[in-house]
Design a protein around this ligand. Structure first.
Ligand code: ADA
Length: 556
């Protein structure tokens, strides 16, 4: 993966970033080359292209090669020298293909990408954000030996005042013979190892526990008692004294617990002063370069925020690395936004949603800043059919990671069936924008309903609150869509939510304006075909609300 640190000292990893050959299949264009990573919409000829395109790249490789794609938006078929390696659905999940015993020499890697809302696409539909096209996140070719470390999950637990790290390694034997190895993990001055037999062509899981008396707590941004201390975790696989593979990650020592209506991070009650952030920039679409991610984190910090929600899908690993370094709380989320029961009855919904949930947990597991797993924003949690999927996927996440709470953002204000299933109750609400009711009346009514519907005694997060403003539209009459109105609405919204003792805080909808899908559903409520509720616009120019939010977030 492309991270802010090296993940391998032993395994050879080659980045396949750069210019790839390119051809559109569903419309003519003169575009013959495309940068990877990148969204093809950044090319003026393809600014609104929705369809298929083929990317090809000649590479030199041989032996056992693992091709790692961190995100292709959103449906793809990958082939090598004309032979299909496999397919993948979903823009925000990392996936890989392994080719064994590839003859040394030149080979052609081809990726056919489709961003159309095709009949098998249940999650990528015309929506209130844009489904861009292309190989939008980094790609690598890794050279593997006979066996490799496929994954590593680290869970930190404090026992009798001393930190322990429980490490689960996933090891894969690529040969057809049984192999004997030693697997070792080191972290925070501690180390542990074990002998392991890897059966032919099988995946084996190994669990190791390290006691780490030297480890310091991972502290959140602004905590006077410490820093967001990050530690390097190194796993190595050794055979006959020779190190054959490695995997390096980072972790921080922390526990997240729900205690009554509080969320405790290393024993301290958190208050969320957050932003929802889509991966979207005027110049880059969803393929946000590192320097722009850094700018977003800096702007959020400047505004006094301590939390970000990766609405409505898992984000680029480098953004999560930046959050880890900043000690900024993260709500990560499995992809799905606003699906009705009818849309959840799509024949491909169940497997596509399960895939995005599994990929989220797999790729995001070790980030210490992630305090909650989110899923299925504003889907049909108010019908029996929809609720069966909330149950299924909440249970699945609990099984995959028992160390973090699970929640979903609801908009079913008086008929939600799933509040009893989640660990934290979360609501999206827009008083003073979609309704004229005051924020305090809205919150009061919502709390009463939650208490009667299975959510009593649980923490409450307002996962969305906000108002729209078109950048530069200023008026003394505080009309809706003006910067003045947005600043005023957010002032009432934030002051009310943050002073409510029953709420753990809120995520403003949203950090920056985003492009939305064209189509008649949105045109009348989305000026400029954008969701304009950002406190900065798509170029990160600050609206009046930025200063208003900053004053409040710094005060609370
Ligand atoms: C919803 C949804 C967001 C966005 C927002 C809005 O709550 O979760 O994706 O569409 O409303 O702007 O109305």
């Amino acid at each position: 993966m492309n991270r802010l640190f090296d993940q391998h000292e032993v395994r050879t990893v080659r980045s396949l970033e750069g210019m790839w050959k390119f051809e559109t299949l569903d419309a003519k264009s003169d575009v013959t080359e495309m940068p990877v990573p990148g969204a093809w919409e950044t090319d003026p000829q393809l600014a609104s292209y929705r369809g298929k395109a083929v990317y090809t790249k000649e590479i030199s490789a041989g032996g056992n090669v693992r091709f790692v794609f961190e995100g292709v938006s959103h449906t793809c078929e990958v082939s090598l020298d004309g032979k299909q390696l496999g397919t993948h659905y979903g823009a925000y999940g990392a996936f890989d293909f392994i080719v064994k015993d590839l003859p040394e020499g030149k080979h052609t890697l081809a990726v056919q990408v489709d961003n159309s809302f095709h009949e098998h696409s249940a999650l990528h539909i015309s929506n209130d954000y844009y489904s861009y096209g292309g190989i939008t996140r980094p790609v690598q070719a890794e050279s593997l030996g006979d066996a490799y470390i496929r994954g590593m999950h680290i869970t930190t637990v404090k026992k009798d005042g001393v930190w322990q790290a429980q490490v689960e390694l996933t090891l894969v034997n690529l040969t057809d013979g049984q192999q004997e190895y030693e697997a070792a993990v080191s972290l925070a001055g501690a180390g542990v190892s074990t002998d392991v037999t890897l059966k032919p062509e099988e995946t084996t899981t190994v669990n190791l526990t390290l006691s780490c008396p030297e480890a310091e707590d991972y502290c959140l941004m602004g905590d006077p008692d410490g820093k967001p201390a990050l530690y390097t975790v190194k796993a190595v696989l050794t055979r006959d004294g020779e190190t054959v593979d490695d995997l390096i990650d980072r972790t921080g020592f922390r526990e997240v617990k729900v205690s009554g209506k509080d969320i405790l991070f290393n024993g301290k009650k958190i208050r969320i002063k957050g932003f929802n952030r889509h991966e979207d920039y005027a110049e880059f679409g969803c393929a946000v370069p590192l320097q722009a991610m850094v700018r977003d984190v800096e702007l959020m910090k400047q505004c006094g925020a301590n939390a970000v929600r990766t609405c409505h899908y898992p984000n680029d690993q480098r953004f999560l690395d930046l959050c880890d370094e900043a000690g900024m709380l993260v709500w990560t989320e499995a992809h799905a936004r606003g699906l009705s029961e009818e849309q959840m009855r799509h024949p491909d919904f169940a497997w596509e949603e399960e895939l995005t949930v599994r990929e989220m947990v797999e790729q995001d597991f070790n980030h210490p800043s992630i305090f909650v797993w989110g899923l299925m924003n504003e889907c049909a949690s108010h019908t029996e059919y929809g609720a069966s999927f909330y149950k299924k996927f909440i249970d699945l996440i609990h099984r995959l990671d028992s160390s973090r709470p699970v929640s979903y953002a609801s908009c079913h204000f008086d008929d939600d069936l799933c509040l009893g299933l989640e660990d934290i109750v979360s609501y999206n609400m827009y008083p003073r924008w979609y309704t004229d009711a005051s924020v305090s009346e809205t919150l009061k009514a919502q709390k009463e309903y939650i208490n009667s519907a299975g959510g009593a005694g649980k923490p409450l997060i307002i996962t969305e609150i906000g108002a729209g403003a078109v950048y530069g539209y200023r008026t003394e009459t505080e009309d809706k869509w003006s910067e003045e109105y947005q600043a005023k609405a957010l002032t009432e919204q934030l002051n009310t939510v943050l002073s409510d003792p029953d709420a753990t805080g809120c995520f403003i909808w949203q950090f920056a304006d985003v492009r939305i899908a064209a189509g008649k559903r949105w045109f009348s409520s989305r000026p400029k075909s954008q969701n304009n509720k950002g406190v900065v616009d798509m170029y990160r120019r600050k609206k009046l609300a930025f200063a208003a939010v900053s004053e409040i977030y710094h005060r609370f």
